[in-house]
Design a binder for this molecule. Structure first.
Ligand code: GMT
Length: 377
């Protein structure tokens, strides 16, 4: 049954990997002729221009004085019911399980079994927040009752099965990047803004949450800049940013570190960089690393979660243990001072992104999964 589908996509609209994946997936599916209905509390960040076949439905929140806390789960479920009924959705795709899989389940029950609910597990919904006692049983139930479940890495699939004692067929569909858009572009002017031409540029991109260990980025860079003339740029914002700004000043390297804040257009910034640092505590996939690799930027990361499924130690970058500042700095210095090896790593990064994680290949995997789910009775 290979017909165009009507697909509802529920996601977080803010800065963060799951929202980016959901939005880029919706845009790519619309490009293939499917009708896409985004449902969220605000316009998803990367849905910034009009595109045919794409519609956006905002969840309205009421602020009745009796409600001390916003009741998003039922409000979202009601909006899903409305959209699914009016638009005759075939599929409802919930990105990030909390609370989207729960609202999707509720909506499908209200509607008597249609549309099919697909839940994509992204990361902290499984490894962190979902495990809290106040969420665990509802999470387990909502995942089990989804018609289909995907995870962005083998690591995340295994974690879901073991952490929640779930006996379900979870399909691994990795994250993806548009390698036509994410490619190394001419960026002399951008580079000049960050560092003199003879210096190296290191980059970190994240939402500055504790799991990202941004302080480690700064400590690694502090060691690197003692041996290699270099600058560090940090893109993104979040709870740990102020502490990191302070650390940079305490270390006396404020002239070599630039905090850019949230950025929507990363290609030119990534193209200006020589090396990405991703010293995360937990990372189910590492979309920011993939986007860097597509632009030919090698990555020094930790060995956690899905990162070893993404990058190859000694080919696309290096992998170290969490918190091993010394080793990460050594890897960085080795690579930044060896032009031949750097050129090989750059090529390997680009090739790995194109061969394994390109948007065309991965979106087809989702499309197949939808069609399979729709044909099941
Ligand atoms: O958990 C987060 O930090 C946010 C989350 C999100 O929903 O934005 O990111 C997760 O999903 C991304 C997209 O699938 C992955 O690339 C990230 O690795 C993952 N983050 C973590 O596992 C910490």
């Amino acid at each position: 049954m290979k017909r165009p589908l009507k697909i509802g996509i529920v996601c977080y609209p803010t800065y963060g990997g799951s929202g980016v994946v959901a939005t880029e997936l919706g845009k790519a599916l619309a490009g293939r002729g499917h009708q896409i209905h985004f449902i969220s509390y605000a316009l998803p960040m990367r849905l910034d221009s009009y595109e045919g076949n794409i519609f956006y439905h905002e969840v309205e929140m009421s602020s009745y004085p009796l409600f001390e806390f916003p009741l998003y789960t039922p409000a979202l479920a009601s909006k899903i019911v409305e959209v699914a009924q009016f638009e005759k959705l075939d599929i409802l795709h919930a990105h990030y399980a909390i609370p989207h899989a729960t609202s999707a389940y509720l909506a499908r029950e209200i509607l008597g079994g249609k549309p099919k609910v697909i839940t994509t597990l992204h990361g902290t919904d499984i490894t962190l927040v979902g495990l809290e006692p106040s969420f665990l049983s509802v999470m387990k139930f909502s995942i089990e009752r989804s018609d289909g479940v995907t995870a962005v890495s083998r690591f995340l699939k295994e974690k879901t099965l073991t952490n929640y004692g779930i006996d379900k067929d979870i399909r691994v569909i990795p994250n993806f990047v548009d390698t036509d858009k994410y490619r190394r572009v001419e960026c002399t002017q951008v580079r000049e803004r960050f560092a003199p031409p003879e210096e190296k540029i290191l980059i970190h991109v994240s939402n500055f949450r504790a799991v990202k260990r941004v302080a480690d980025v700064i400590r690694v860079f502090n060691e690197v800049q003692k041996k290699v003339p270099s600058h560090l740029i940090l893109a993104g914002d979040g709870p740990d940013r102020s502490a990191c700004e302070l650390l940079v000043r305490e270390l006396g390297i404020q002239d070599k570190v630039r905090f850019l804040g949230k950025q929507t257009e990363l290609v030119r910034i990534l193209s200006a960089a020589d090396l990405m640092l991703m010293p995360s505590q937990s990372e189910s996939f590492g979309l920011a690393a993939l986007e860097a690799m597509a632009c030919g930027v090698p990555v020094i990361s930790t060995s956690v979660g899905g990162l070893p499924e993404l990058q190859v130690h000694g080919q696309t970058g290096y992998i170290a243990e969490i918190g091993d500042i010394e080793r990460m700095a050594k890897y960085a210095v080795d690579l930044l001072t060896n032009d031949t090896r750097m050129a090989m790593f750059r090529q390997a990064c680009r090739a790995r992104a194109v061969d394994h994680f390109d948007v065309g290949k991965i979106v087809s995997m989702y499309e197949e999964y939808y069609w399979e789910s729709c044909s099941e009775t």
